[in-house]
Write a protein that binds this ligand. Sequence first.
Ligand code: AMP
Length: 291
Amino acid sequence: MKIINKIDDCREEAGALIKKGVSIGLVPTMGYLHEGHMSLIRLAKKECERVIVSIFVNPSQFGPNEDFKKYPRDSRRDEKLSEEGGVDYIFRPAAEEMYRDRHSTYVEIEGLSKIMCGRFRPGHFRGVATIVLKLFNIITAQKAFFGRKDYQQLVIIKKMVSDLNIDMEIIGCPTIREKDGLAISSRNRYLDNEERHNAGIIYESLKIVGSGIVSENSDLDKLRRKAIKNLRGSKYIKRIDYFDIRDAETLEEIRDKGSKDILVATAVWIGNTRLIDNIVIEKGKQRQIDI
Ligand code: AMP
């Protein structure tokens, strides 16, 4: 496994592979790798001949009062896990390498980046789209792998790729969960024991809506209120930023089931930790797919 820190070196390595006709799978991450990331790596390995994992805690996607500074980092562990996972290259640039002097170009995805998490984290998706596009320009992979755990991010990246005619396939990968249903996240480590013990309520609340829809209950608003009541019943849930039921493709809010795939997504605060999660109910198959 090779570790690359410089953009030019990375471009050169990736370019040489492409010239030889070797397919590349890119897995963009912020490091502190966990089972969620590893599942993306496994999929990338299945579908591509070489896997590049990028590790970059991107300052431009954090707000001024957010957790950029305290975001967990452990480069040794990341290297070990990547090596064990069969990663071929880690691309781990410094912030100054990615944002050189007077960087002033950003990617704005209108509409989609203002709803859900975008309402509560202004500028977040602008930062995400910008760094992802930069990565795509440095590493012209055939496929890039993203978790459906960050569902809105996945939709936004797909939109950017389509709108800007980027020649790359975006693959959405299933959400990996702990035994109690909590979606695995680097931020879970902020939770203390009691908070962690009670965090399964997020997935439980999403499933209230999911099971309601699957069992033919079509009053979405009632199901939503029931789920919110469940969350509010826990003293560990300090705040609910949103709990939304939307069209899984367009992210438009929906009032009735119709015949579309339905996204149920939430962002909540457990103590001082903001966590997001979602499920999608695949209408056609009348089952809840754990995405
Ligand atoms: P992050 O390092 O948190 O920016 O995540 C890097 C990639 O891993 C993103 O595409 C995430 O959606 C994905 N990811 C994070 N957690 C999970 C999870 N529990 N299951 C599946 N994918 C995940």
